[in-house]
Every structure is written in C-alpha cells, then in structure tokens.
Design a protein around this ligand. Structure first.
Ligand code: IVH
Length: 699
C-alpha cells in the first residue's frame, strides 16, 4: 500500500479520483453502520477517511459535489418507521485528535469572538458511544421520540423510547419551555451488553459487535416489547427546538436537565481555557477504563450560549463544539516479510507483510513502511514483532518494533539494490534538481520494467484517462503476462484482432458477451479528447488539470506534438510559449522535455496516433462569473485559508491581487478588514463576505 500523497501535493485529478473513492467507501461504511449495525471498520479508520475527504475538499473546494459526504450527516433512515423531520437539524461534531488541535479549537474560538485576553469557559463531557435521539416535550410531557437518521429526517421511535426507564414521560419540577426538544445519547452499558450477547449466543442468535450497535439495533425494533426487554440507557446533553430559552450556559442547561429528572453524565465538567480542555481530556482518559459504558472521546462545548449563538455553524457542525477523540487502537503482530511495490513512475515503496491481526475491528495484513530511511530509523527487521496503529490515517502504520521480542538472528533489513521484477533492474536514489539525494528509490527500468508497464497501463485505462471499462487490474495483468497487451496501443489493436478475440472467446470466464463488451468499451474510446490523451500519457507532473491546460493551450493534437518536440529539443520559443500558460512551471517543462526526448515514448505515441482519433479541445469558455476578474481577499477568512482562497479563485479563472486598485473587480472581506475595505469603498468596488464568495464560487 503506497503512502497517501500529502493533500498539499495532490493534483486536481488525483484529488477528484480520491474524493470519489473516499465518498464511495464512506457511503458503504455508513450503510453498514447505520442500517446493518455491522461495522466493517473502526471509528478511527472511519474518522480518518472522513477527515482526509474534508481536507481534500478544503483544498479543492470547487470539487465539492451536491452529494458530497460532507453535506450529509449520518446515513439514510430505515423504512420501517415513520419519518420525522427535525425542527432543527441534528448535526455532528468536528473532531480533534491531539492536544494541539484542542488548543487550536480554543484559539479559533477566541479569534472568532475577538476576545483578546479573555478566557473562554467550556464544558467537557464524555462522548458517549451510542446513538443520538431526540425527545420532544410539550408542556413537560413526552410527545415524540426520534432517531437522528440523516440529521434532517429521522425515524419516529416514540413507542420504543418510552420503554426506557431513564426517559421521563413527564418532566419533574418546573420552569421548562412549553416546547422543548431534548437531545441525548441512547446507549448500553458494558454489563448489559455482555448479558445481551450471552443470551443471544445461548439462543443461537446473532451477537452484536459492540455496545453501540447493540443499542442501535435494540432501539430500532419494530416491536417495542423487544426494546423494553433491552436495558437501554440515556444521557441528555443538548437540545433542538425550543419555544423559549431556558438557560444561558451549557452548564446551566445540564443543571436544569438534572432537575427535570433527566440523566446527565456525572463526568461533565466546566473548565477554563485551553489548559482546562487538556486537563479534562487527561482526566477522562484516565477514568475511561473504569466507566461502565463506552466513550470514544470528550466533547468540548463553549459554555456561554450567547457565544454559541455568535459562533454558529460551519456546514454540518457547530463552530462552538468539537469532539476530542481518543487515539485509535494499537495491536501487535509479526512482520513476516518486506516486499517492494513499484509504482507507475518507478518509485519503490517497501510494504510490510504481516501476520493478520485485528486492529480496531479490521484485519490488517499489509502496511506501508514508507521508505528505506523509515525502516532504518525504526530498525524494522523481518521476524520482528511490531506495534501497528490505525490512527488519523487510513493506512495502518507500523509504530515501532518490540525489541524484546526480536528472534535471534534477525538481521537488519538490507534494502534491495534491484527491482523485484524479473529483470532485476538497478534501483537508484532519486536526486533533486540541486543534486541532493532524496529518500525515494526508483527502478530505472522504466519501459522494460513489467511492474511499471502494468502500472502505466492501469493509469492509461483509468477513469480519468481513457476510462476503458472491463480492463481492471486483474485483466490487464493477465493480458500483459500473456503478451496480448504490452503497451497502450495494443489495447486498440486487440479490439480489431479477430484471431486474438476468437481465442479470448474460448477461455474460461470469457464468453461472447464479455468479449463483445470489452470490444465495445475499447471502440468507444477510439475518439478521445486531447486533454484525456495527454493525461493518459503519464507525463510526470501532468495531472488532469495540467493536461487540460495544455490541451486548451495547443488546441489540437498536431500542434501539441510539434510544440512538445520543440520543447524536447530545447527550442527557446516553444519553451517560452509553454511557460506562458497559466500554472505551468519548470517541473512540467522539464518533465515534458524529458518525456518527448525518450524514443520509447515517441514510438508509443506514434503507435497510438495510428489507432486513435484525437479530438481538438476548445479554449476555456470564460463563462464562469469570476473568470478574468481580479479579486482581493482581506480580513480573516473562516472557512478556508488564504492559500485555499487563492487556489479556488484561480481555479475559477480569477486573478488574486494583494492590494486594492482601480483594476480590482471584487473584494472579499472577512472580520477585521481595514484599509483595503476603505479603499474599495472609495473606488466603488463591490465588496462581499466570505459566505457570499463561497456561494458564487459554487454556482
Ligand atoms: S453534542 C451539534 N454531546 O456525538 C452537536 N454529542 O459526532 C450536538 N455524542 O451526534 C451533539 N456524546 O451522537 C454531544 N456529550 C455529547 C455527546 C455527543 C456523544 C454523540 C452524538 C452526536 C455525535 C457527534
């Protein structure tokens, strides 16, 4: 498994592809978690995937689609219960994974409220690992209970919630608003969970993976009598609709809940400042093993409700609260071998082959070891017992070696000098432009290395390139090994090679239909737009968006080819022309020159040209409302960093300037904007807020 590319280094094409892959994975996990109550991954892995998705979206905001997971909360509801539309949506919480992130939460709040030295008080509450529920009380009487569902519409589970002993049908005391929707967590304690599973096992029934799934399954029973038989419990911690305010702080709200007879976590504390947040986390972490129920972190909430009001929400979570999660689980296992994995460009990644082990609910067999230096630094040897972790990262990590468990004779790992392919091509340490060695090792075999060739073919047929269906990794590898497809042009030759196709039809697993489908999929791509063609070539540093810039810049395949040949030959004029394209820099110029000097590549292109019709690409239409406009950002931005704002503006065809002048078309002003705002007003330049900017950027 290769190391994930840092978000900052992702090309747009890679980002697009990864967003789609992550969205699909998250949707599947949501389904398993919410509907089937059978999670396949740990919370840590789920959170990591969600976080990476959010990070990528933050960097490429224009890739945020209508159906992005970031716009959803939870998953769809089941069909068995009547739908309940929540008066105010039931949102989720943003996560923090470290002390630094918790401190940054405090800093962010103070910046947002512009508090200066003033200390912010928070509540720190255990994050109970159950499922959230909404209880609607009218005149103190429970009239409706619902699950969260997708956050907007949940399920009416009134009858079931009424069976919980801890949920009062009538509030005690007094002073409640005429209408109040109390929110909290339905959960199952450890002892109750163990008893429930033991009974299920004795009866030969399916057991639950964890208390949260058991609570969810128990609450969402069609027959309330079954729910009644399950010892579900409840903690109240929030509210939705209110006919009138009933408190001025979260602490006061929790006190009122207690007075009304609602259970509130006894561990909830009021703390002050970042130091208070960290101390509360440490305290709960220490208590965690002794608590009678599962918690997966600490929820921090700004205590003052007027401040909560001012802080408001960012898309799907409140700005005034955050969940500080406990770190993901660790496990030990034996490292059985270290394999090398070769990527498309020859970069070699060492991969740990592990004795399968469950970490946080998933079986792990492979983990990236990143590079030779990492292996040396951690002194990882074959035969070692290693500590694995799945943390704020989708890919499992080898954290360290358990040296005491090292078998005698385990030798330090010697990084192979040659590629694992049959050719045993030498591996080289990559050097930077200045001649310094980097940690990346590459197979120098390029087109001779079968691994690189297969990876190259995979890139060529991938969705964003030629998008040929039916040529998956397995097929490609098989066709490659048999010599049916050795290079990209062979794909198109195969489609018209009647003998080869006849032979394919005779094979196991292949029939008339699958061969016909494959041929149709290939033929459908014989006419290909120039940008896809360029992207598919796999020139280093030429991702999908760069390919599009090149295609638009040159317009036609012939012009592109002529220009590239000149760039390869060092023609100053051609290089200057390429350099003048937006967003094209030295790296692309160098890479293009090298690519078009390589005889193998020229042959590959010539072969392809004989098979394809490469369609011209029109220059940008320039019809984005922002294209060609000069924009100035000033003041504090909330939803994005300056760099992101700039990237987003440029992606929409706008130019970003540092100062306001007559040439400025638009000023985006956040809190704290000063002189630039004044200048804009003097010059009569349109000024909009960050939120308005985001709206325009999306439309
Ligand atoms: S406050 C607007 N407080 O965590 C957010 N949530 O990821 C309102 N949870 O859906 C939630 N303990 O199911 C809050 N003390 C607590 C919580 C808590 C557990 C759950 C809840 C929520 C999820 C957010």
């Amino acid at each position: 498994m290769p190391e994930p590319i840092p978000v900052a280094a992702l090309s747009e094409a890679e980002a697009r592809e990864e967003l789609a892959a992550l969205a699909a994975r998250l949707a599947r996990w949501d389904q398993l978690y919410f509907q089937d109550e059978a999670p396949e991954v740990s919370d840590g892995e789920y959170d990591a995937a969600k976080r990476r998705h959010a990070d990528i979206e933050a960097r490429f905001p224009h890739l945020i689609g209508e159906d992005s997971p970031s716009r959803k909360v939870g998953a769809r509801r089941a069909e068995a219960f009547a739908p309940v539309t929540h008066g105010t949506p039931m949102l989720s919480l943003d996560n923090a994974f470290s002390d630094e992130e918790a401190a940054e939460f405090d800093a962010r709040i103070r910046r947002f409220l512009r508090l200066g030295e003033e200390v912010v008080a928070y509540t720190a509450e255990p994050k109970i690992d159950g499922l959230s529920a909404s209880l609607l009380y009218r005149d103190g009487v429970l009239v409706r209970g619902a699950t969260r569902g997708d956050g907007r519409v949940g399920e009416d589970v009134t009858a079931n919630l009424m069976t919980l002993e801890e949920i009062p049908h009538r509030l005690s005391g007094g002073g409640w608003p005429e209408l109040i929707e109390i929110r909290g967590e339905v959960y199952l304690g450890h002892a109750e969970f163990a008893a429930l599973n033991a009974a299920a096992e004795a009866a030969g029934q399916k057991t639950y993976a964890n208390p949260r799934n058991a609570a969810s399954g128990s609450l969402r029973q069609i027959d309330p009598a079954i729910t009644a038989a399950r010892p579900l419990r409840f903690f109240a911690y929030a509210w939705g609709e209110l006919s009138a305010p009933f408190a001025t702080s979260q602490t006061e709200a929790l006190d009122r809940y207690r007075q009304w007879g609602l259970p509130v976590t006894p561990q909830a504390r009021r703390v002050e400042g970042a130091a208070g947040l960290l101390a509360a986390y440490a305290a709960l972490e220490a208590q965690r093993p002794f608590l009678p129920f599962d918690i997966d972190g600490v929820v921090y909430k700004v205590d003052r409700l007027d401040w909560q009001q001012r802080l408001g929400f960012v898309s799907r979570s409140p700005r005034w609260a955050i969940a500080r999660k406990f770190p993901a689980e660790r496990a030990r296992t034996v490292l059985e071998a270290i394999e090398l994995q070769v990527g498309r460009t020859g970069a070699v990644t060492p991969v740990a082959c592990l004795r399968p082990v469950t970490v946080g609910g998933v079986v792990v067999e492979r983990a990236t070891l990143h590079n030779a230096d990492e292996i040396a630094r951690k002194d990882i040897r074959v035969g070692d017992t290693v500590v694995l972790q799945r943390a704020g990262d989708v890919i499992p990590q080898v954290v360290e070696v358990v040296e005491a468990a090292r078998p005698p004779g385990a030798a330090p790992f010697v990084f192979p000098q040659t590629c694992p392919c049959d050719l045993k091509t030498p591996l080289m340490r990559e050097t930077t432009a200045s001649g310094a060695e980097t940690i990346v090792r590459r197979c120098t075999g390029e087109f001779a290395c079968p691994f690189q060739r297969v990876e190259h073919l995979r890139h060529f047929v991938s969705r964003r390139a030629f998008d040929i269906e039916g040529l998956g990794e397995k097929q490609l590898r098989a066709f490659f090994d048999e010599g049916l497809i050795r290079g990209p042009a062979d794909i198109f030759r195969l489609a018209r090679d009647t003998d080869a196709l006849d032979a394919l039809r005779q094979r196991d697993g292949y029939g008339e239909t699958s061969v016909a489908n494959l041929v149709a999929a290939i033929e459908a791509r014989r006419a290909v737009p120039l940008d896809r063609f360029i992207f598919a070539l796999g020139i280093r540093h030429v991702g999908e968006s760069t390919a599009l810039i090149l295609a638009r810049g040159y317009g036609e395949a012939a012009a592109f080819r002529t220009a590239m040949d000149k760039v390869a030959a060092g023609d100053a004029e051609a290089i200057a022309e390429l350099d003048a394209f937006d967003q094209i820099g030295d790296a692309v110029i160098q890479a293009a020159g090298a690519y078009f000097r390589e005889p193998h590549n020229l042959r590959l292109i010539a072969d392809l040209e004989a098979e394809l019709m490469i369609l011209p690409v029109a220059p940008p239409r320039g019809d984005s409302a922002l294209s060609g406009k000069t924009v100035v950002f000033t003041g504090a931005l909330e939803a994005m960093t300056r760099d992101e704002a700039k990237a987003q503006a440029e992606a929409l065809g706008a130019k970003v300037a540092g100062s306001v002048s007559r040439k400025t078309d638009l000023v985006v002003a956040g809190p704290g904007a000063g002189s630039k705002l004044k200048q804009a007003a003097e010059l009569g330049i349109e000024v909009i807020t960050e939120a308005q900017w985001l709206e325009r950027a999306r439309s």
